[in-house]
Design a protein around this ligand. Structure first.
Ligand SMILES: C[S@@+](CC[C@H](N)C(=O)[O-])C[C@H]1O[C@@H](n2cnc3c(N)ncnc32)[C@H](O)[C@@H]1O
Length: 346
């Protein structure tokens, strides 16, 4: 390992974070800050081949992108999207060494996909690895983590104006409670929202954690996991409009794929996974006639074949070595037919 790390000018301290990437017969070692989750499984499902176009909607540290790029070869193209301006610097490093053509769109993936579709791009695969990156969580000053005291921020796109501080200090109590319920499935949403409003203005993550603890019964503070986990998840999802982006992006991504193209998504909580599951299941559904009809009258044909009947979860070894992977669920489907236009069925 040391010899390879020296060849790629990686310091000994970075060695443990260097990931081996196979490209043709050679091995290239590149440093990465973010351990990609379910990387082998994702690459197997996408089955990238030389000359193809791949869209990585959530570039992050480029862990998944590197795997895919190595299979695309010099005639292939890896298009990366990420709304975090920090991802662009990491992309530049990736692009300098990538074995394929590359392109970066620094925007929300729903918007980025629409741009690509408008240009007539027809990728053989689109994939997304949802949520936050380790770099975002570890950048204390960005306020994503309840473990560090930091300003209330939580914006993935730091050019965006609206932050966690705006949400907790300006929204009506009922709206905060609704967001905690909807995006965090927080049982004590009402009490927490009341406490947040009573303590305004809140400026830091530590103040938010205190408000959460005060807003729930004492017995609930000592249950499984950190008491503020669900509230932080809810506020992050609301600040970044994560579920709306996903709802917007899935149909756009699907519409861009040619027949044979693949869509894959890794999600980290049930709200995301449910959306991906339902979206793919709806495309994989054929006839929707009532069972009592003797013959099909709807003429509906499936557009998708599911590549994962049940979501794929990381093996125990990955869960042990990368705790962030524990809640990951991977789903994928291949397009087997174009969508039927109105009137084409039956
Ligand atoms: C879990 S990380 C991806 C890690 C990446 N797959 C890797 O291997 O390094 C998620 C990344 O997606 C970005 N992201 C999340 N939602 C996004 C959205 N709606 N539009 C664009 N980027 C998004 C985040 O900024 C973050 O960098």
């Amino acid at each position: 390992m040391r010899a390879h790390a020296e060849r790629a000018q990686i310091s000994p301290g970075q060695e443990s974070r260097a990931r081996a990437v196979s490209h043709s017969a050679t091995l290239i070692y590149m440093p990465t800050d973010h351990e990609p989750v379910l990387a082998d499984e994702l690459t197997d499902l996408l089955a990238p081949a030389p000359g193809q176009i791949a869209v990585d909607c959530t570039f992050g540290g480029g862990g998944h992108a590197r795997r895919v790029a190595n299979a695309l070869g010099p005639k292939g193209t890896l298009i990366a999207i990420d709304r975090d301006p920090g991802a662009e610097a990491r992309f530049e490093r990736f692009a300098a060494e990538a074995p394929c053509r590359t392109r970066f769109l620094g925007t929300d993936f729903a918007e980025g996909l629409r741009t690509l579709r408008g240009e007539g791009v027809r990728p053989e695969m689109v994939f997304m690895d949802l949520g936050m990156s380790s770099m975002q969580v570890d950048a204390r000053e960005r306020g994503f983590s309840y473990s560090y005291d930091a300003p209330l921020d939580m914006r993935m796109d730091t050019r965006q104006e609206f932050s966690a501080a705006d949400m907790v200090n300006e929204w009506l109590e009922s709206r905060i409670a609704q967001a905690l319920r909807r995006f965090g499935e927080e049982r004590y949403a009402g009490g927490i929202a009341r406490e947040i409003v009573r303590r305004r203005p809140l400026r830091t993550t530590a103040e938010l954690v205190d408000a959460v603890k005060a807003g729930m019964p004492a017995s609930a503070r000592f249950g499984a996991g950190h008491p503020a986990k669900r509230t932080f998840q809810a506020i992050r999802i609301a600040v970044n409009g994560e579920l709306d982006s996903l709802d917007d992006a899935l149909p756009t991504a699907w519409s861009m794929l040619p027949v044979g193209g693949r869509l894959a998504a890794i999600s980290f909580h049930s709200l995301e996974d449910r959306r991906v599951k339902q979206f793919l299941a709806a495309r994989a559904q054929g006839c929707v006639c009532p069972p009592e009809l003797p013959v099909c009258a709807c003429g509906r044909e499936p557009e998708a074949e599911l590549l994962t009947r049940r979501a794929i979860a990381p093996e125990a070894a990955e869960q042990a070595s990368n705790p962030r992977s524990r809640s990951a669920h991977l789903r994928a489907a291949v397009k087997i037919a174009e969508a039927q236009t109105a009137g084409s069925a039956a």
